[in-house]
Write a protein that binds this ligand. Structure first.
Ligand SMILES: Cc1cc2nc3c(=O)[nH]c(=O)nc-3n(C[C@H](O)[C@H](O)[C@H](O)COP(=O)(O)OP(=O)(O)OC[C@H]3O[C@@H](n4cnc5c(N)ncnc54)[C@H](O)[C@@H]3O)c2cc1C
Length: 316
């Protein structure tokens, strides 16, 4: 990393949003450090057959490897490490233990070479940055049991496989309604089963009721015996954005997603119109962790690229 923090970006997470951002930021001459806590590629590593990323079909981890290689060739550094805290700095001063990429960053008088705006904790060590991009994704909540049919957590991704079949959607909120309506165009029949009353809003509920091949079962706990009757099981019981480490910052919506751009600055001008910047100047978000994401690989990558372009402008 450059000692001049006004040019440094730390990216938290190593999925498609992070890797696209790392590529764009490195190519813009920014010192980029990526920290990934588990698997570089993120959810790409769980996709055995990817068919809806333009220009690529195949195993998700192959795309992850290519994305990583391209970002590193452009100059980004990618390391394993878990971020457990992000703190905005008010005066850019170093803490004694802070290091970036193995070196100390304060000069002999304790001054920073450039202004650090954030201090992060990575695997217990302090790391400073001029800007931070959070691209930590959102894990789908899983069924608490196994079933015989194939299980999907993304109708947009796997709906084509359910063509002409009888499928079931587990869940009762807007996201489950959205999945059921999408699948109704493809499947022979769609059963939506929810353990409580339907919680989808009025517009979604009306559309569900008006779609002839959707059947709704409310107040019934789905169990394996019931779900095993269907050709495919689509699960839409919520997601958990990986933002626990940001809980102390005023940038999350009640569900834990990061608010950016218009959602933050609706009542006043967004600084230079940065659509990916949170309420904390210099802290940006991209991919599934950002409120409003459509949760696809192509959109996560596009989001990362757009965020990197904004970060490059902001650092300048
Ligand atoms: C089973 C499944 C199949 C899918 N199939 C498709 C498909 O066919 N087509 C499609 O377009 N989309 C598909 N998706 C959706 C797609 O995978 C996601 O939209 C996309 O991966 C989001 O990218 P991201 O970079 O925002 O987050 P992720 O891919 O989730 O990456 C986030 C990364 O951040 C890391 N991280 C989290 N917290 C920390 C931390 N504190 N410190 C360091 N690292 C951290 C995580 O370990 C993870 O690697 C699928 C999703 C699932 C679950």
């Amino acid at each position: 990393m450059d000692r001049n923090f006004t040019k440094n970006l730390v990216i938290i997470g190593g999925g498609p949003a992070a890797l696209a951002a790392a590529l764009y930021a490195a190519r813009a001459g920014i010192g980029v450090q990526v920290y990934e806590r588990a698997n570089v590629g993120g959810l790409l590593g769980e996709i055995s057959q990817l068919d809806n990323y333009p220009g690529f079909t195949g195993v998700g981890s192959d795309l992850a490897t290519a994305m990583r290689r391209q970002a590193e060739t452009a100059g980004a550094r990618i390391e394993y490490g878990e971020c457990t805290a992000v703190r905005p700095l008010t005066d850019g001063r170093a803490t004694e233990e802070a290091v970036v990429a193995g070196g100390t960053d304060a000069d002999t008088n304790g001054r920073m070479a450039g202004q650090a705006r954030f201090e992060l904790v990575i695997d217990g060590a302090a790391v400073r940055a001029g800007a931070v991009l959070v691209a930590t994704g959102a894990e789908p909540k899983h069924l608490p049991f196994t079933v015989t049919p194939p299980v999907s957590y993304c109708a947009l991704c796997d709906g084509a496989l359910a063509k002409g079949q009888n499928v079931v959607v587990v869940g009762g909120a807007n996201s489950a309604a959205h999945e059921a309506l999408y699948l109704a165009n493809l499947a022979h029949s769609v059963t939506l089963i929810t353990h409580s009353a339907l919680k989808a809003d009025a517009a979604y509920s009306a559309r569900l009721a008006n779609t002839s091949n959707i059947k709704i079962i409310e107040n019934r706990e789905p169990n394996p015996e019931y779900l095993n009757q269907f050709a495919y099981v689509f699960v839409a019981i919520g997601r958990t954005p990986a933002t626990d480490f940001l809980r102390n910052l005023p940038i999350l919506n009640p569900n834990g997603y990061i608010l950016t751009g218009k959602t933050v600055f609706a009542d006043r001008a967004s600084p230079s119109g940065f659509a990916h910047m949170s309420a904390l100047p210099g802290l940006f978000a991209a991919g599934d962790v950002r409120e409003g994401s459509v949760r696809q690989i192509v959109s996560a990558a596009g989001d990362g690229a757009a965020a990197a372009i904004e970060i490059s402008e902001w650092l300048r």
